[in-house]
Design a protein around this ligand. Sequence first.
Ligand code: HEC
Length: 91
Amino acid sequence: MYNQNSTISYSANIVPILNTYCNSCHTYPGSGGIDLNYYTGVKNAALSGQLIHAMQHDTNYVIMPPPPAQAVDTCQRYAIRRWIIEGCPNN
Ligand code: HEC
């Protein structure tokens, strides 16, 4: 789905993932004070590491979305990681 040489787009690739899995709870003011419904909120969560760690269910991070909700799928987590590696462009 995501070509290795393509550029991830915030609006086309990242926002739909967050809308599907996160923003029912993380729209202003956002559960836990985390608002993932605007670019700066997403970037802040990305740079702190919480965004991807929560989705990957890494030790010492909250599990998001909270069980029993279905976890973000592997391909979509890959897109999020790529976007962070590319510097969280607002594109
Ligand atoms: C059903 C509601 C719900 C959904 C959906 C949800 N969250 Fe949360 N989230 C919460 C609540 C409630 C908290 C605050 C309490 C806590 O930390 O468990 C929270 C806290 C967080 C935090 C802060 C953790 C910390 O250590 O302070 C992050 C980051 C986060 N969520 C990311 C996400 C991401 C990313 C998604 C989508 C993949 C998501 N959440 C989906 C309810 C939700």
